[in-house]
Every structure is written in structure tokens, then in C-alpha cells.
Design a protein. Structure first.
Length: 164
């Protein structure tokens, strides 16, 4: 292994560190429990997102393209999808359209490196609930996950109150 490879391996062997002013804590997932699915074709981006979520206490599931993501959503029970846009086989926008056609309303958040206005509109028009730009920071991901967990809790409380 050469020195560049060694540095790269060492850099990605630990969970991402929080930026100054941001706090990543393993108890976050206990406070805001969620089943998270990631759709990301780039190994490094996928690994970084998994490690960031692990640092918050989550054990997320990851897929490598939109087709795998769609299959996982249809077969499993997830509370949120964090999806790249540009992926092979099926992109994030088409995957979202297919998830919505299946009648599922779980939150789907675009996670993309660049966000031209047209892409933003396409994401929202396809049924995505929001977006984050890469690199994802701890503060932003915690905000999205907190909102999702609170929404889930409110929906559950409403079902109980209505006797459903």
C-alpha cells in the first residue's frame, strides 16, 4: 500500500468528525429513532454518509442505485430515504416517482453535490420532500432527521387518538 492509499484508508476508517460548532453524538438516534435508507452510487460518499449516521447512533441501510433503493423501500419498512440524484440504472428522481406511484409517502430527501435551480424543481416535482447538498454537515442531517422523527411521532399519536 503506498502512502497516498494509506492516508486515504486512515482518513476513512473513522466516522466523520463534526465541524467546529457542530456536535455529533451517538445518543441522537436513541432520542430520534428512525430506519434510514441511503441511495448513493459513489462508494466514498455512501461510506461517509453511513459513518456520519453511525456517529449519531444509527445503523442505516445503503443501496448503490435507484433500482436497489426502490426494491428496498417496497420490501422493507423505512422512515426516510436519503437519495443521490445522479445514479446508474435508475436515478433518484425516477426512483422517487416510482415510490410515490406505489402509494408510499415516506420522506425522501435529495442529497446531491450541486443543486442548480432546475434540479431542485425536478426533485420537488417528483415527490421529494427536501434536499441537502454534499458534503452533508452534522447540523443539517440532524435537523432533517429530527423533523422526520417528530413527524413520525405525531402521525403515530394521531392514529392512537383516532383509534386507528
Amino acid at each position: 500500500m503506498n502512502s497516498i492509499t494509506s492516508e486515504f484508508a486512515a482518513e476513512f476508517s473513522e466516522a466523520p468528525r463534526a465541524a467546529p460548532g457542530e456536535k455529533a453524538d451517538g445518543g441522537f438516534a436513541a432520542q430520534y429513532p428512525l430506519r434510514i435508507l441511503i441511495a448513493e452510487d459513489n462508494y466514498i460518499n455512501r461510506r461517509l454518509l453511513l459513518l456520519l449516521l453511525q456517529n449519531l447512533g444509527y445503523e442505516a441501510t445503503a443501496t448503490e442505485n435507484g433500482r436497489e433503493c426502490l426494491e428496498a423501500v417496497l420490501a422493507g419498512s423505512y422512515d426516510i430515504v436519503l437519495s443521490d440524484i445522479n445514479m446508474p440504472e435508475m436515478n433518484g428522481i425516477e426512483c422517487t416517482i416510482q415510490i410515490r406511484r406505489a402509494g408510499l409517502d415516506l420522506p425522501i430527501i435529495a442529497v446531491t453535490a450541486s443543486f442548480p435551480e432546475m434540479t431542485r424543481e425536478q426533485c420537488l416535482d417528483s415527490g421529494m420532500n427536501g434536499y441537502m447538498t454534499k458534503p452533508v454537515n452534522v447540523t443539517e442531517i440532524k435537523r432533517v432527521l429530527r423533523e422526520t422523527a417528530l413527524r413520525k411521532w405525531m402521525e403515530s399519536a394521531n392514529r392512537v387518538a383516532l383509534g386507528v
